[in-house]
Design a protein around this ligand. Structure first.
Ligand SMILES: Cc1cc2nc3c(=O)[nH]c(=O)nc-3n(C[C@H](O)[C@H](O)[C@H](O)COP(=O)(O)OP(=O)(O)OC[C@H]3O[C@@H](n4cnc5c(N)ncnc54)[C@H](O)[C@@H]3O)c2cc1C
Length: 465
């Protein structure tokens, strides 16, 4: 159905150029190259189709026209944001059109109503910059600021702050979305409360580009937290670290992030950056970020956390209050992914109930022993979202796939899930049936069919065969 012959392709390109103008329809191999991959680890990344044309519409109406045309030609369309996805979601797996939202970059900050009206191609970094200029804040912070608002909403991205701020879904008041048939829907508005029937916007949030192309969003903003501090709590063992994390979560304090990593992992990251991890004691660490409107509150919280952690066996904590010191600690934490990236077969996004993180890590250690493999595990201990890197390790891909299978089974046995934030995309489709039953999958298929009867939008993604 989707195989294009030369005449059909030429005719499609001609029509696309009529809609968008010649320069926004890109066919040159060299210029297309960077649109064929995303940040998915290369060993598991799907091979892209190179029979693609990249289009860069400049308005919602142009997006709609492209989708109408794609339906006419029965050609797949792959929505693309910043290409930072980790599950192959934006990769064109069949010949078709890559629809890049990169020209939709308008931002308007409505200070009075504390809302940002943002087009889909705006990067997270740019949004933060503009919001801060208005002395406001966009609370969630998924790890790569090159991700776009469209991509972040399409993936319902999370990040380290989710323990306090929640995920993208919690900030989207409304979206403009173009359906696969070219219809434009405007869902929601600038109000915080809105109870008009089904909340259809939430169907598109997290749909990973298979139901519609998000072109614009109303995002809820907050007043800035003026004071922040970062505290690293070292422990001799991870069990004490997890017990402390749980106690902090029960204490009524609400840290912006509660991250976990061990010495081997964090030192690998520091080395990668040419830095030294500044905490000499301990093998397992919690890193907490505190953010409050009043400085005194930060001091009180630091004192309280220190006392609580010491009662659970914490060694001497390291506290950073100066911005540069905090940035260094955060940078070392954030670069764990990059430090391990070249040696990674796949990076997992398993999430378990917060009370069972230690059982999850114990299970991981058993898998490490069974396969004689190092499985670096770190991440958002505050919400149970632990990233596990499966290293290439010289093992065959069959063995590594078995390792992944066992890690997923472990997470599921503990009542967790195989993805807390990265999504399903292409590479996790084969695992979906481990969790979702036929009824659920059939309902997803039915919804997809109603919205996209010709299956033109991001086919081969999310829903298993
Ligand atoms: C270093 C690093 C750190 C990361 N940290 C986090 C993290 O903390 N939390 C987290 O959740 N993720 C994280 N990610 C993953 C990634 O940043 C997110 O999945 C992000 O949401 C992808 O956005 P993007 O614009 O890059 O989308 P892309 O990679 O371009 O696309 C991702 C998916 O969204 C679809 N899509 C893109 N734009 C649109 C649109 N306008 N309309 C409809 N569908 C669209 C695509 O078709 C694709 O299926 C990280 C990635 C990296 C490389």
């Amino acid at each position: 159905m989707f195989i294009m012959d030369v005449d059909k392709y030429n005719s499609l390109v001609k029509d696309l150029k009529e809609i968008l103008g010649d320069i926004w329809v890109v066919e040159e191999k060299a210029a297309i190259e960077r649109y064929l991959c995303d940040e998915t680890a290369p060993p598991v990344r799907p091979p892209p189709s190179t029979k693609v044309v990249v289009v860069k519409p400049g308005s919602t109406e142009e997006v709609a026209k492209v989708l109408k045309l794609a339906n006419k030609y029965n050609v797949p369309v792959y929505p693309r944001g910043g290409g930072t996805g980790l599950v192959g979601g934006a990769i064109p797996t069949k010949p078709g059109i890559i629809l890049s939202l990169e020209r939709l970059v308008n931002i308007c900050i409505d200070v009075d109503n504390m809302v940002a009206e943002v087009e889909a191609g705006v990067t997270l970094g740019k949004l933060i910059e503009e919001v801060e200029k208005a002395n406001l804040m966009f609370p969630p912070h998924p790890g790569d600021e090159g991700a776009t608002i469209g991509g972040l909403i399409a993936c319902n991205a999370g990040g380290a702050r989710a323990v306090r701020t929640g995920v993208m879904r919690n900030y989207v008041l409304g979206i403009e979305v173009v359906l696969p048939n070219g219809d434009i829907l405007r869902l929601g508005c600038k109000t915080i409360k809105n109870n008009m029937g089904y909340n259809l916007a939430h169907l598109f949030i997290g749909s990973e580009g298979i139901l519609g192309v998000i072109t614009k969003a109303y995002l809820r903003l907050y007043p800035r937290w003026n004071y922040t501090a970062t505290i690293v709590l070292p422990f001799n063992d991870r069990v004490s670290a997890f017990r402390t994390a749980k106690k902090i979560l029960h204490s009524g304090l609400s840290p912006l992030a509660i991250e976990y990593f061990d010495r081997k992992v964090i030192e690998a990251s520091a080395k990668h950056l040419g830095l030294t991890w500044p905490v000499s004691e301990g093998d397992a660490f919690l890193m907490l970020i505190l953010a409050e409107a009043l400085e005194d509150v930060i001091y009180l919280e630091l004192e309280y956390i220190d006392k609580l952690a010491r009662s659970e066996g914490s060694l001497e904590p390291v506290v950073a209050q100066r911005e540069d010191e905090q940035k260094t600690l955060l940078k070392i934490r954030s670069e764990i992914y990059s430090a391990l990236k070249d040696k990674t077969y796949d990076i997992l996004d398993t999430t378990v109930p917060i009370g069972l993180i230690d059982d999850f890590i114990k299970g991981l250690i058993n898998i490490e022993k069974k396969y004689d493999i190092w499985l670096p595990a770190y991440g958002h201990v505050g919400d149970g979202n632990i990233h596990v890197h499966v290293p290439k390790h010289g093992s065959s891909s069959e063995t590594l796939d078995k390792v992944i299978d066992e890690i997923y089974d472990l997470a599921i046995r503990l009542g967790g899930t195989i993805t807390g934030e990265h999504g399903i995309g292409f590479i996790r489709r084969k695992y979906v049936r481990k969790i979702l039953g036929d009824e659920w999958i059939n309902l997803m298929k039915s919804i997809k069919h109603i919205v996209d009867p010709n299956n033109i939008l991001n086919p081969n993604k999310v829903i298993p065969d």
